[in-house]
Write a new protein. Sequence first.
Length: 217
Amino acid sequence: MNGISVDINHLKKGEVNLGTSIMAVKFKDGVILGADSRTTTGSYIANRVTDKLTQIHDTIYCCRSGSAADTQAVADMVKYYLQMYASQLPYGEKPSTKMAASIFQEMCYNNKDNLSAGIICAGYDKQNGGSVFSIPIGGSIHEQEYAIAGSGSTFIYGWCNENFKPMMEKDDCIGFIKTALAEAIKWDGSSGGVIRMVILTEKGVERLIFYPEDYQK
């Protein structure tokens, strides 16, 4: 895993951006990731139903913001490296969320001059339970109780700080993310569409989707 790098100079910058609202939150039994679904090309909405929640391993996912091409390429390569690492583990063992986040961090840092990629990596593993790591543009890494990013996040920092509670129950955490992303979509022109969530626990993966009529009441 030392010296991970990739030639991504051929990727065209600024054409398709995930002007977006993404977040991940630890709760009592694991983590929940959430994202809007709008992808923009300048002021043009290129896709209204993008899935910005990308599976990296069994119960490890990431949220992507920045250049769509950059983040898709990085997520694909991290998934590959993690699969290679997992194949060398003893039978029954799985990579940790911290390992996945560290690969994201190394790749983003080593290519920081060529990438426009902000990543939130979150997941559940037996060693650590739920974990949330933020890897902003530039390639630093931060473990947090919850993380928000993207263009819509600037509108909800205060609300999240005021309403976040550690070790929330599942339904409370879903409500927290749903309300936060609904507010981000309301105020940020680059965020919109549906709200997608993925719940990662010891039981596995659960996907949820909320349509505008579900959160614009």
